[in-house]
Design a protein around this ligand. Structure first.
Ligand code: KG4
Ligand code: ZN
Length: 331
C-alpha cells in the first residue's frame, strides 16, 4: 500500500510517499525556521502563509522523488491535529482536494500518533507493547502503547514542553532559535556540574513540569550575568543535563512500573545528544530496548504521518473519503 502523507501542523511543510508503513520512498521537508527565527518562536499567521506557498511544490517533489504518480497512490494521509489551526487547514485542504480529484481514501492522523510511530520507520522489529516518550516543542508525553491504536496516556507536561524549555532558555542566554540544537551543541563543550538545577521528578505522578528549571535559570542569570562563551557553555551543559536526566529517570520508572521492555522516543527533542546517550546507556543496563529515530524522523515530517496512517488503517480500515470529511466541521 502506497500512502501520500502531508504534514503541516507547525512550521514544517512536509510530504512523503510511504509504502507498506515503513518503506519511505520520499521525505520532503521545507523548513520555515529562517522565517520565524527573528521572533524566537513560530508566528502562526506567517506559518500558514508559508505553508500555502510551499504545499504544492512539496507534494509534487515528494511524488517525483518517489517516481510515483497519483495512479500509484492508494490513500492520502494528513495531520488533522493538534497544531496551529491555520497551518493544519492548509494540509487538510490539500489532502481533501487531492482525495476528491483522484478518488482516494483519506486518513486523518493525530500529530502525536505520527511521533509515536516514527521509530517504526527504521526499526522493522519494533512492535507493541512499548512505552512511547514524545518530546517536542509542544509536547512531553509518556504513553503506554498496548497495541496498534490502543494507547494509555500516563502523563504529560503541566506547563512548558521539553523543547519549549530549551527554546526559552536559549533566548535568555542570547542564543538563536530554535534553542534546542544550539544548547545541545554548546553543552558538548561545557561542564554539566557548573550550575545545579533541581530535577523536577514530580514523584507520585507521571507528569512533567519544566517551567521551574526555566525560572531557576532566569534567576541565576539575574544574579550571575553572562560573562563569556565558556560560561554560556557551562550553563547549557547544566540545563541540558537537568532536562535529560528528568526525562530519562521518569521514562524508565514508567517502563519498569508497567513491565515494558521497550521504549521508543519521538519528537524534535529526541535529537538531543545527551538524551540519546542516557536512554541508550540506561536501557542497556536495565535490559530495556531503546528505539530512537534518526534526526530526520525526530522533527516534524510527513513520513511518520504516512507510517502512522498505514498502521491505523490496518486496525480501523478506511473510514473516510473526501466527501465525508468535507461535510464534517472537524479537521
Ligand atoms: O517535533 P518538533 O520538530 O516540533 C514539534 O512538534 O514541536 O520539535 C521541535 C523542538 C524545538 O523546541 C527544538 O528546540 C527541539 O525540538 N529540538 C531539540 C534538539 N533539536 C530540536 N531540543 C534539544 N536538543 C536538540 N538537539
Ligand atoms: Zn511534532
Amino acid at each position: 500500500m502506497n500512502i501520500l502523507a502531508i504534514e503541516t501542523s507547525c512550521d514544517e511543510t512536509s510530504a512523503s510517499v510511504v509504502s507498506n508503513g515503513t518503506d519511505v520512498k520520499s521525505a520532503i521537508i521545507s523548513s520555515q525556521i529562517a522565517v520565524h527565527a527573528k521572533f524566537f518562536g513560530v508566528v502562526p499567521e506567517l506559518a500558514s502563509r508559508e505553508h500555502i506557498k510551499n504545499i504544492n511544490p512539496v507534494i509534487a517533489a515528494s511524488l517525483k522523488k518517489a517516481g510515483f504518480s497519483f495512479d500509484n497512490i492508494d490513500a492520502i494521509a494528513f495531520t488533522s491535529g493538534p497544531g496551529l489551526a491555520g497551518a493544519l487547514l492548509v494540509g487538510a485542504t490539500a489532502a481533501k482536494t487531492l482525495a476528491s480529484v483522484y478518488s482516494k481514501p483519506l486518513i486523518p492522523v493525530n500529530h502525536l500518533e505520527g511521533h509515536l510511530y516514527s521509530s517504526f520507520i527504521e526499526n522493522k522489529s519494533l512492535r507493541p507493547p512499548f512505552l512511547s516518550v514524545i518530546i517536542s516543542g509542544g509536547h512531553t508525553e509518556l504513553i503506554v502503547v498496548q497495541d496498534f491504536g490502543k494507547y494509555k496516556i500516563l502523563g504529560a507536561t503541566r506547563d512548558d514542553a521539553a523543547g519549549e524549555a530549551f527554546d526559552k532558555a536559549a533566548k535568555m542566554l542570547g542564543l538563536s532559535y530554535p534553542g534546542g540544537p544550539v544548547i545541545d551543541k554548546r553543552a558538548a563543550d561545557g561542564n554539566p556540574e557548573a550550575v545545579h538545577f533541581t530535577r523536577p521528578y514530580l514523584k507520585g505522578s507521571w507528569d512533567f513540569s519544566f517551567s521551574g528549571i526555566k525560572t531557576a535559570l532566569l534567576n541565576y542569570l539575574k544574579q550571575n550575568p553572562v560573562k563569556n562563551e565558556r560560561y554560556i557553555n557551562d550553563i547549557c551543559a547544566s540545563f541540558r543535563a537537568a532536562i535529560a536526566e528528568t526525562l530519562c529517570f521518569k521514562s524508565f520508572e514508567a517502563a519498569k512500573t508497567f513491565g515494558l521492555k521497550r521504549i521508543a522516543l519521538g519528537g524534535g527533542v529526541s535529537s538531543n545528544a545527551l538524551i540519546r546517550k542516557l536512554f541508550l546507556d540506561v536501557g542497556k543496563k536495565n535490559k530495556i530496548e531503546v528505539f530512537i529515530p534518526s534526526s530526520l524522523y525526530c522533527t516534524d515530517n510527513a513520513a511518520m504521518i504516512g507510517c502512522a496512517a498505514y498502521f491505523k488503517q490496518r486496525v480501523l480500515g478506511f473510514k473516510y473519503n473526501a466527501q465525508q470529511l468535507k461535510s464534517s466541521s472537524s479537521l
